[in-house]
Ligand binder design. Sequence first.
Ligand SMILES: Cc1ncc(COP(=O)(O)O)c(C=O)c1O
Length: 397
Amino acid sequence: MADQFNYDNLFSANSREAPPGSVRHSKYDFAVAYPDPDNLPLEDLIESVRSGFEREGRDLAYYSSASGDPELRKLVAEKLTRERNMKVTADDMVLTSGSGEAIGILIQALTDPGDVVLVEEFVYLGTLNQMRRYGADVVGVKCDDDGIVPADLDSVITEQIAKGKKVKYLYTIPAFQNPMGWTMSLERRKQVLEVTGKHGIPIFEDDCYADLRFEGEDVTSFHSLDDTGRVVYAGSFSKIIAPGMRMGYLVAPKPVISRAWSFKSGGAVSQFTALTIAEFMKNGMQEHIEVQNQALMVKRDAMVAALGENFGSSVTWIVPQGGLYIWVKFPKGTDLNAVQEQVFEEGVSYYNGSQFSPTGEGSNYLRLCFGHPSTDTIREGIGELAKILEKIGTFSG
Ligand SMILES: Cc1ncc(COP(=O)(O)O)c(C=O)c1O
């Protein structure tokens, strides 16, 4: 074989070695936040492609509008107005490759190295990684079952300002938080708005799980509680259709959108996907969400029951009213990080709390996702998890 060309001296100072990861799956996979492949609306999506293309397929000959398909933006704006009480139009948003891209470009637009950014004490790993990548000093705020604790938020901000730090924004996942599963109450949302308002700090609301409610009353969005443009909002089709669609959106005041947009690479999102989703939104998406949520509730119940049967009273968990996760707390001192690889080798995967923590604390917690596995797999797998943890001495039932 010919000698291979060497790029080593050519890489930019900013580039990092980050090979596209291949996800490892175990027999009982409670780590991945995927939907159940058996619940995907494939027939409806095929029909959506057909009808969309019959009407507008020839327009694929052109590059689409920079902000993404105007019709899909209009449909999303109507949905947000109807369901999240947001006063927005198609012009207030840009379509992105999943909400991950929305988060990434907003972080880049608002973060200089050393800036303090606030997050819930355990937070979605993808956001945490992106914040770290752009040099943010990520600081966690205490939470309880109702969401962010306002008094802690206030003292964290005051402390950071006293240290001479610039606190740029609060990132929050208020509905079916990843990984903790709770939904922030209305009262808390108002208090969080008040505390951040007092310090002149904007809120970045990541609402990607809002549609996955299978129980209880909806809580209105942060965005709807503010009329000053202080709340920036991201949403996604990953959790209501499929992550493979790679479609999300960022809603923000124009100057913020325009700065964030400048970090977007590759131009507008796929018009193929946008057209398909717009058709699906008009024909069947709401019904699909309802069916999917029913299935998620059955799985949540199966996981809660299995936890009850297999773990003693020293282990506790939050029962979520929607979303994909159960957040389980083991006694202080339990190290679920140290045994994660061994448990994986024995057939069960999870993420432990330290992976979601800005400080790396919390290895006595684990996040179990009930979206992807079947109810049988959930029942068996939680039993297996208890057996393995008992066998290796991490837990005694
Ligand atoms: C809270 C949160 N935000 C954003 C994302 C990113 O999702 P996507 O880029 O697929 O929209 C995820 C994915 O799990 C998530 O949990």
